[in-house]
Design a binder for this molecule. Structure first.
Ligand code: C2E
Ligand code: MG
Ligand code: MG
Ligand code: MG
Length: 288
């Protein structure tokens, strides 16, 4: 239902932007953002921030998730929710996605060089899954920078994996064959079935933030998360909780045997150079 709604919204929005004579500010805004985003990609205004994922058992940094930001010359730093939809709608996501792949690999190489090898997760959008040469380009970027494929993780949301089951299975299979790890993002929002999950060569399930934020107040949320952790473990998957903001949530998740935690409680997404300093201090890790 969620995916259908988003598809309807996309289709409706597209029509509106092109055929409505009196465009709303929002449609104008999107068109101007589109022009600016093209320039931004050429001028190098995009940047990746990295958010730590903490390994509960080992009490150390398990890796980071790369989250794209736009250092806009006038509007300041923009988050992906303002421009990823624009990129998807105006055919720029391929170029943006390629930049993310390239930049993440370059950064991984950099970290390895300073003695801090790092697992990095990148996010892939629905349209990227449909690019025929996606896996080849990821493979090429890894080779170009001399980074092991097993250091890279691709996060794809559960709803996207369900939009086109055949494509998902094929692309996941090819990613797995070159050695890249796969995580199913925002899990719990898409109602995928157990048998479907079993057929996907994923390594991680990332439980959606909405369940985590309700952990302390809702017995239902606790029951869902507990069940998801057990299900994932039964399928041989690691479980990551995203959006952990409080010590209470951390304690509940550790108690449920969750494998990795990610959220503002530990660290916000930060520029690459700050991550080195952060991981040297490791302030909150001792308390995991
Ligand atoms: P996501 O992959 O589920 O990423 C998690 C989002 O939650 C990030 O938002 C992160 O900053 C935020 N977050 C992390 N911890 C907390 C917390 O404790 N509390 C709260 N309230 N939020 C937290 P962000 O960076 O705005 O990214 C939003 C979405 O944009 C991502 O969701 C992902 O789907 C998409 N995205 C980000 N970077 C890329 C990219 O390079 N390519 C593509 N295709 N999509 C991207
Ligand atoms: Mg993600
Ligand atoms: Mg997520
Ligand atoms: Mg999300």
């Amino acid at each position: 239902a969620d995916a259908a709604m988003r598809a309807a919204k996309r289709a409706g929005g597209r029509q509106y932007a092109f055929f409505e004579p009196h465009m709303s500010t929002n449609a104008h805004e999107q068109l101007s953002l589109q022009t600016e985003l093209r320039q931004a990609l050429e001028r190098g205004e995009l940047v990746l921030h990295y958010q730590p994922k903490i390994d509960c058992r080992r009490r150390e940094l398990a890796g980071v998730e790369a989250l794209v930001r736009w250092n806009h010359p006038v509007r300041g730093t923009l988050g992906p929710s303002t421009f990823i939809p624009v990129a998807e709608r105006f055919g720029l996501i391929g170029q943006l996605g390629q930049w993310v792949i390239e930049e993440a690999c370059r950064q991984m190489k950099d970290w390895a060089r300073v003695g801090m090898p790092m697992r990095v997760a990148i996010n892939l959008s629905a349209q990227q899954l449909h690019e025929a040469d996606l896996v080849e380009r990821i493979d090429a970027a890894l080779r170009r920078h001399g980074v092991a494929a097993s250091q890279l993780l691709c996060e794809i949301t559960e709803t996207v994996t369900m939009e086109d089951v055949n494509t998902t299975q094929e692309v996941f299979g090819r990613l797995a064959r070159i050695g890249v790890f796969i995580a199913i993002d925002d899990f719990g929002t898409g109602y995928s079935s157990l048998s479907y999950l079993r057929r996907l060569p994923a390594r991680q399930l990332k439980i959606d933030r909405s369940f985590i934020s309700d952990l302390e107040t809702s017995a239902d949320a606790r029951a869902v998360v507990d069940a998801v952790v057990r299900l994932a473990h039964a399928l041989g998957l690691r479980v990551v909780a995203e959006g952990v903001e409080t010590a209470g949530q951390r304690d509940i998740l550790v108690g449920m045997n969750c494998d990795e935690l990610q959220g503002y409680f530990f660290a916000r997404p930060m520029p690459a150079d700050q991550l080195v300093a952060w991981s040297r201090r490791r302030p909150s890790l001792a308390r995991v």
